[in-house]
Design a protein around this ligand. Structure first.
Ligand code: ACO
Length: 337
């Protein structure tokens, strides 16, 4: 029997508290106009102090499992993508597993930042196709708000990020018709570590001298993300367009056949540029950054869930995803829903 991997359940969860650009104007030296013009962001959701990354992931996972029609005990692997873990170790997937109450299955945490969800999708696809696993829960979840410098010093980064979680269930199914079956058709993963410090979080870390973290590092603000925004912009537009073309070429799919583009949401202008490079009609690109800001590994599954709820993503559609993030990492996926 030939196997395929199918996304059979989708769920998402964002915290209740909304912070608009106007709320941020009161916290740091910024304006709604600056944020909207440069990024497209209107608002973002930020957690209260009691909520962690695995709490958001738990809610999204329950919804994805319910949506799949499976029981949580049917899940045989969890792949957790995040850059904002509950704790340094163990991986947040273990904390999620305990909350879900599904012991003794495989749990994997991955660290590919904004590209994390597509890396996770690719890993799940390979495990399913190998025949070793049948129902894999993938979660992308982030609590950025507890790690941002919300003073004027951090305004260039703090305005960009929001909290949230998205989850999907990928399951093994028999391949009946490769050209019409719902399935992950291809994934392509890339990275170039020579750009690692263009977007990174220096501390805590073992490459910083005698201590992983100390007062001097805190005074220097090394516990906050550092970004070269212009470099990220230039590389993101180029690499996302490039890896989408790789996906089309390798899978022998014409770009015009794709019904919907579900891109990572770093910045509305990045996605517009990618659409412009490839002559993709903008109404085929589903953007959510206006409502959530950049939710990193959670972005694509949140977008998937919103697109389904909005009636934009329908069963049988051919979908292309692309993402770019810290690392630099980038990836594409082609899948039929
Ligand atoms: N509010 C108001 N002014 C600001 C803010 C802010 N939040 N942040 C920076 N500025 C000021 C700067 O101080 C600068 O002022 P100056 O001209 O007086 O020196 C001015 O705005 C322009 O700053 P730039 O950094 O040149 O702004 P730029 O036009 O490059 O826009 C941005 C910054 C939006 C980050 C842009 O570089 C970008 O889109 N980069 C892509 C990075 C990105 O989207 N990252 C998201 C995470 S990464 C990922 O998911 C892939």
């Amino acid at each position: 029997m030939k196997i395929r991997s199918e996304i059979i359940g989708v769920g998402s969860h964002v915290p209740a508290n909304i912070f608009t650009n106007f709320d941020l104007e009161k916290m740091m030296d910024t304006t709604d106009e600056w944020i909207q013009q440069r990024t497209g962001i209107v608002q973002r959701h930020w957690v209260d102090e009691a909520t962690s990354t695995s709490d958001l992931a738990y809610e999204a996972s329950l919804k994805a499992i319910a949506n799949s029609g499976l029981l949580k005990t049917d899940i045989d692997m969890i792949i957790f993508a995040t850059l904002s873990p509950d704790h340094e170790f163990p991986g947040t997937g273990c904390f999620l597993q305990a909350k879900l109450g599904i012991p003794e299955i495989a749990v994997l945490d991955i660290r590919q930042q904004c590209t994390g969800f597509l890396y996770a999708l690719s890993i799940a696809d390979k495990f399913i196709l190998s025949g070793s696993h049948k129902n894999i829960l993938i979660v992308g979840a982030e609590v950025h708000s507890k790690g941002l410098d919300k003073t004027p010093n951090g305004r260039n980064v703090a305005v960009l990020f929001g909290d949230g979680a998205g989850a999907v269930i990928v399951s093994a199914r028999e391949m009946l018709n490769p050209s019409s079956d719902s399935r992950i058709i291809s994934t392509h993963l890339f990275s170039d570590g020579s750009f690692a410090k263009e977007l990174w979080l220096p501390a805590p870390g073992t490459a910083l001298g005698a201590d992983r973290i100390n007062n001097k590092m805190l005074e220097q603000g090394l516990q906050y993300p550092q970004m070269n925004g212009k470099s990220v912009f230039v590389h993101a537009t180029k690499r996302m367009a490039e890896c989408l073309m790789t996906a089309c070429k390798e899978s022998k799919v014409d770009l015009n056949e794709i019904d919907l583009f579900l891109f990572h949401q770093a910045n509305l202008r990045i996605n517009s540029k990618v659409a412009e490079f490839l002559s993709i009609s903008e109404d085929k690109v589903f953007n959510t950054i206006q409502n959530y800001g950049n939710t990193t590994a959670a972005t694509i599954p949140i977008g998937m869930d919103d697109a389904i709820k909005a009636g934009v993503l329908k069963k049988g559609m051919l979908v292309a995803s692309a993402a770019f993030g810290s690392g630099f990492t980038w990836a594409s996926a082609l899948w039929r829903f």
